[in-house]
Structure formats: structure tokens, C-alpha cells
Write a protein that binds this ligand. Structure first.
Ligand SMILES: Cc1cc2nc3c(=O)[nH]c(=O)nc-3n(C[C@H](O)[C@H](O)[C@H](O)COP(=O)(O)O)c2cc1C
Length: 383
């Protein structure tokens, strides 16, 4: 990456510039603890990495001037306490030279009576194997003797500021809770019990709660009071609305795309259509989950041909794969012609005829709608 202001031309990178640039590398935050000569020591450290799984090794870089570093060398053992989000005050406390860094911090005793931070997200108790030293730091290669973890999110350090990495975890949690809901692992209208849900999905309560709030907005879950949620039934109306919206989005995408799509993308659309056809045998879906995924990949690609983020976002918000998962669970469409209609859609796009594409979109959506309706009816009107 060339940058006239990168200061490297003469190898004269200054300290501030380096700090600014390297700060873009986000890290977790740990407190290295040890005990030596009858005293506890601890310091905040982010120059920490897991080195190998076999043997389980950690690498920790501690400044020569640090007292904790001296104690680690004296003792030959230390613990890496991985801080949880919200523990930035603890990080600050252990980053400042003070006589009693442990004041107000809950401590339990680990192997060799080393102090461990009770509220840490994870703790790795280590034995120093190798100690390398350079001008400013000792680099400790240490074998992990014991490792324990709690549930929660980590504290992050980025560009000199503490933060959190909640988003990815929330996305992961959302995917798990959504799956739980759409595959009806909890019966429709039955109150979702936080404890069992958190336990079953191995997620903290708060994260499950946030996922449920998102699913309320998506129409998959109904909220009755502060903490009372139920799975929303799919009925004719919900289903009808979703299909109408999908038809409109696809017709809109077709208006923008037909006649302008490259041959490479047309081939990809056809490949995706074939991927759905490959999951149908004798008019039956071979693998319902795989079919739903392939179907979603086909339709999202079709919408994406318009190169409009707004249309793709609107399509995703319909949560079509989830809707289909709810409908097709326990219901086998009598004749799975939908995949052949995907191929017809690919033909129409290749022909570059907007009329043909419009027709193919309508036929396919009406057909898929009819199958969904039959599934809802088979489920007694509500699924
Ligand atoms: C986010 C953060 C990360 C740090 N990472 C390290 C590190 O990896 N190695 C290190 O030697 N010092 C690191 N420090 C600085 C030490 O925590 C600090 O020098 C501390 O006062 C040393 O304490 P001690 O002399 O009592 O051992 C970090 C400080 C902060 C705020």
C-alpha cells in the first residue's frame, strides 16, 4: 500500500506514526498475574498470543522495566487472565504502577497459589519454557498447564481505546436463535424460556434476549411483555405478504438487470438453478435443508443482478429461507417443479427478454405461493 506520508522511505518511522498505524491491529486485553517472594503481581498486557495447540503454548511479551516481568522470571510461572467486556477499569488499574493493583479485584488461587482474576473471561495457567530477551522486552514461551473459560464477550483494544466485539457474537447468536425458532424446536405460541434457550444454545441470557428482539422485528417472534416471547405462527396472511414482496423485488431487479447481465453472471445464475435441480429426485426434495439453501442462493443472486444493495437488503429482510424452513418442515410438496422453473428463469435472463423474465418470475412465485399455502393448510392453518 503506497502512501506518500508513510514515513518509511528513509527508515525513519517515528514513534507516534507507528503507534497510530499499529493501533489498527485490534487485540484482546489480558492481565498477566503471578506470585513471587510472598507478593502478588499483575500487569495489563496485549502482546499475548496463542502459539501452538500441540503442545499448548502461549507467547507473552513483557517490558524489561515491568515489575511483573521480573516476578514472572523469578517464579517461572504466570497466568493469562483474558478480560471480559466491561472490565476496562481492571485493565487500567493493572496498567498503572501502584502498590496494590489487586485492590477491589476478586481473586481466586490457582496452581502454585498464583492469583487468578475471578471475573476474567478466560484463564490460562502457564509454565515458562523459554525466555528470550531483546533490547526492551522479555518474550516468554510458556506451556499451558490449565485453561478455563466463562461465558461472555471479550474486552477489545483498538487504536488506544477499549471496546467490545459484540457484533459478531450477536450475529452468530442471532443465526442460532433464528434456526431454533424457524425449525420450531419450541412449539408455536409456547413461551420461550430464557434459561433453557441459553442453556441449549450455550449463549448468555443477554445475547439471547437481543437476538429475540431482532426476531420480533423480523416477524418471526412475538413479544408479549418485557421478557415474554413466543414463536409467531406462519399463517396464510404472513405467507401471502412475503410472496407478494418477493415477486415485487424480483420484478424490480429484472427491470434493472435484463439485457445488461454479463455472460459470466448468467452462467452463475444457471449454475445456481442447476444446484436446486440437483436436489430434486422423482419430484421430491432429496434434502430439504440443502434445497432451501440452494433456493435462497439462487433467488438472492437473481436479485443481486440488479447491482442494487437496497433490493438485496429488502430481499434479505424477508427471511425467505427461514419462512421456507418453517413451512417445509414436515411437509413434502407433491411435485417439486420449482427447480425446473429456476432453469426457465435462467433461460429467460439469457434470452434478454424482459417480458419472458417477468412471466417466469410470476409463474414461479405463484407456484411457490401455492405450495406454501398447501403447507399451511396441512398444518391446520398455522405453522
Ligand atoms: C491495553 C494495554 C496493553 C498493554 N500491553 C502490554 C504488553 O503486552 N507488554 C508490556 O510489557 N506492557 C504492556 N502494557 C503496559 C503495562 O501494563 C504497564 O507498563 C504496567 O504498569 C506494568 O506494570 P508492572 O510494572 O507493575 O508490572 C499495556 C498497557 C495497556 C493499557
Amino acid at each position: 500500500m503506497a502512501n506518500s506520508n508513510d514515513g518509511t522511505a528513509q527508515g525513519d518511522l517515528d514513534r507516534e506514526r507507528f503507534r497510530e498505524v499499529v493501533g489498527h491491529f485490534m487485540t484482546g486485553v489480558t492481565v498477566i498475574t503471578t506470585a513471587f517472594d510472598g507478593r502478588d503481581f499483575g500487569m495489563t498486557a496485549s502482546a499475548v498470543a496463542s502459539l501452538s495447540l500441540d503442545p499448548p503454548m502461549m507467547l507473552v511479551c513483557l517490558n524489561k522495566r515491568s515489575q511483573t516481568q521480573e516476578a514472572v522470571r523469578g517464579r517461572g510461572r504466570f497466568a493469562v487472565n483474558v478480560l471480559a467486556e466491561g472490565q476496562h477499569e481492571v485493565a487500567k488499574q493493572f496498567a498503572n504502577p501502584a502498590s496494590d493493583k489487586f485492590s477491589g479485584v476478586a481473586v481466586t488461587r490457582g496452581l502454585g497459589d498464583l492469583p487468578l482474576l475471578t471475573e476474567a473471561l478466560a484463564v490460562l495457567e502457564c509454565q515458562v519454557m523459554t525466555d528470550l530477551v531483546d533490547e526492551t522486552h522479555h518474550v516468554f514461551f510458556a506451556r499451558v498447564l490449565r485453561a478455563t473459560a466463562n461465558t461472555g464477550n471479550p474486552l477489545a483494544y483498538y487504536r488506544g481505546t477499549f471496546g467490545h466485539v459484540e457484533l459478531d457474537l450477536n450475529d452468530h447468536a442471532l443465526a442460532l436463535v433464528r434456526r431454533y425458532v424457524v425449525t420450531r424446536q419450541c412449539a408455536v405460541d409456547q413461551v420461550l424460556d430464557f434459561s433453557s434457550l441459553s442453556h441449549a444454545l450455550e449463549l448468555p441470557h443477554q445475547i439471547v434476549y437481543q437476538a429475540l428482539i431482532t426476531l420480533v422485528a423480523e416477524g418471526l417472534v412475538t413479544r408479549h411483555s418485557e421478557r415474554e416471547f413466543t414463536v409467531t405462527a406462519v399463517d396464510q396472511r404472513t405467507y401471502e405478504q412475503a410472496f407478494r414482496a418477493r415477486t415485487a423485488i424480483e420484478l424490480g431487479a429484472a427491470e434493472l438487470a435484463v439485457g445488461r447481465v454479463s455472460s459470466v453472471r448468467l452462467r452463475e445464475l444457471r449454475d445456481r438453478a442447476w444446484a436446486t435441480e440437483a436436489l430434486v429426485a422423482g419430484g421430491k426434495l432429496v434434502d430439504v435443508d440443502a434445497y432451501i439453501a440452494a433456493d435462497a442462493a439462487f433467488h438472492e443472486y437473481l436479485v443481486g443482478l440488479a447491482d442494487s444493495d437496497a433490493l438485496v437488503a429488502a430481499y434479505r429482510r424477508l427471511s425467505f429461507p427461514d419462512l421456507m424452513a418453517s413451512l417445509l418442515r414436515g411437509y413434502a410438496p407433491a411435485d417439486a417443479v420449482l427447480s425446473r422453473e429456476h432453469l426457465a428463469l435462467a433461460d429467460a435472463f439469457e434470452a434478454g427478454s424482459i417480458d419472458e423474465v417477468r412471466r417466469a418470475i410470476r409463474i414461479h412465485n405463484e407456484h411457490a405461493h401455492a405450495i406454501g399455502e398447501a403447507a399451511v393448510l396441512a398444518g391446520g392453518g398455522r405453522i
